[in-house]
Design a binder for this molecule. Sequence first.
Ligand SMILES: *Cc1c(COP(=O)(O)O)cnc(C)c1O
Length: 419
Amino acid sequence: MILEQIDKDLLKMAEESETVLKDIYQNIDDICLYNSNRILSAFIENGVSYSDFADINGYGNYDEGRDKIEKIFASVLGCEDALVRPQIMSGTNALYLTLSALLKHGDTMISLSGAPYDSLQEMIGLYGSSSQSLKANGIRYEQIDLVNDDFDDEAILKRLQEHNVRLVEIQRSRGYSHRLSLNIRKMKRIIQKIRKVAPEVIIMVDNCYGELVEKEEPGHIGADIVVGSLMKNLGGGIASTGGYVAGRKDLIHMVAERLTAPGIGKSLGANFNLNLSFFKGIFMAPNAVKSALKIAVFSAYMLEKLGYQNVSPAYDEPRTDIIQTLELGTKENLVHFTQGIQSTSPIDSFVHVLPAPMPGYPFDEVMAAGSFTQGSTIELSADAPVVEPYTLYMQGGLTFEYGKLSILLALTNIKKQAE
Ligand SMILES: *Cc1c(COP(=O)(O)O)cnc(C)c1O
């Protein structure tokens, strides 16, 4: 039994944390209620029915369930329309689909949040020699770095006054970087300013890991198009594959025609009997996000209490995504902590995690991923490059209780090894 293996002092600390973290948990509960209200209302407005779970095969003509899923996503994300499909197989796929639909030869895109997420770099053409990269297709890429983890308003507005920019991209979550994630307040400020100098520019947000963490989404504050994965927040731990793109109707039409074909757009596409899990996934998503956030807060608190530096976000800092970085200081701590997470996973708990090289990564990596859905990161998961300062990127967790057991066992592992 796991509970019996957990160090007694750590258990006591965990008990004491309940009082300290009460208000923070309460705030997370409040946001969950707020977002649950929006989602339940969208189900009712769209009249979801058993018949919407029917498996429509072949071309997927007249799949009312599929259409209702897309209406619900659009509503929840504060957008006019959405494309939610199993044919979009990941977040990276959704991002590439969107960028390649909206950008044509000679167009310029600018990242406003510095270097984009790792998996975007090769697609943009920052390295590699793919004939399918944006660069190989004549698209110009620029980037404006963040200043003190916030947008460089001056540089952005100055560049956009030149009026030859088709699209700007904002990455809400920190990804594998040490910066803070960009919250709704910061995004709202820059979007309002951009609209004044460049009303035509398409504002796109990579919303991965950010959904339902705050009360508003980028679509509510003026983003034109937002993109994410169903193996993360909005899949609620239920959807077993898929991605979404939501935004302005005219833009979603373009993206849909790029996915299927001109003339077909959103009207076809079989959902492989996944409608039920997509409905159930977004229905459960506020609760999954709530659990993930509480686990993140709890682990930040425990590590801060134990004297670790650079826990980010700090346990009492406001959040806009579910990522928690834990700087573990030594290779041994990193490996033992990650092994603890893996050994308390429901799937593949017997796998012994060791640092190993990974394709596309410059350093050895450790990874704990014992999820029901392969690679799902709304389920508790963690990974890190094995390099100083040994920072672990952790996210997800479908219930607070399972997450707590995992964190406490992982911390016990570190403690045992030090004795
Ligand atoms: C996860 C993630 C992606 C890519 O999504 P995948 O589903 O892993 O392909 C892109 N951007 C950010 C910020 C992410 O967190």
